[in-house]
Design a protein around this ligand. Structure first.
Ligand code: HEM
Length: 124
């Protein structure tokens, strides 16, 4: 429970990132500068805070390889989100491939983080 509560704030920031992401998508191109920067900065804050909190919890005894694998996939999703987000904002034209990546990656990220957290907090 204590471990889980460490991820409440990163979770709230992730949800806010989604809200601002959908807002940004709703307004469309050219992107609203304020919405874009708030979306990007909250996403950055969520990632940094989640990594800091993750580093503060003890290394799990069992399921370590599975948790590490899930976290590697989660990290790849974060990289994909930042790269696709930056490319979408840099290009004037609609970019269907980047948008698809940007829509799929949050789901994969959420599933991997939820599974990793479950494995971290479950009692042996
Ligand atoms: C944890 C990181 C992030 C998450 C979870 C996330 C999530 C989302 C979501 C759910 C949307 C709405 C997509 C839709 O239309 O259905 C969105 C839109 C968008 N995001 Fe992100 N995002 C993240 C990081 C970033 C970053 C770092 C940037 C910029 C560098 C960015 C730029 C954008 C842009 C430009 C859109 C509007 C896309 C459109 O034209 O519809 N995002 N984001």
């Amino acid at each position: 429970m204590e471990t889980l509560s460490k991820f409440t704030l990163p979770g709230i920031l992730f949800a806010l990132t989604l809200v601002f992401g959908f807002g940004l998508s709703y307004v469309g191109k050219p992107y609203n500068g304020l919405l874009f920067n708030v979306h990007k900065l909250i996403a950055l804050g969520a990632v940094v805070l989640a990594v800091v909190r993750l580093a503060s919890i003890p290394r799990p005894g069992d399921s370590f390889a599975l948790i590490a694998g899930l976290l590697v996939i989660a990290a790849l999703c974060v990289v994909a989100l930042f790269a696709s987000g930056a490319l979408m904002s840099a290009r004037k034209l609609d970019d269907a491939v980047m948008l698809t990546i940007h829509r799929v990656a949050p789901g994969v990220l959420a599933i991997c983080c939820a599974l990793a957290l479950y494995l971290l907090v479950r009692k042996p």
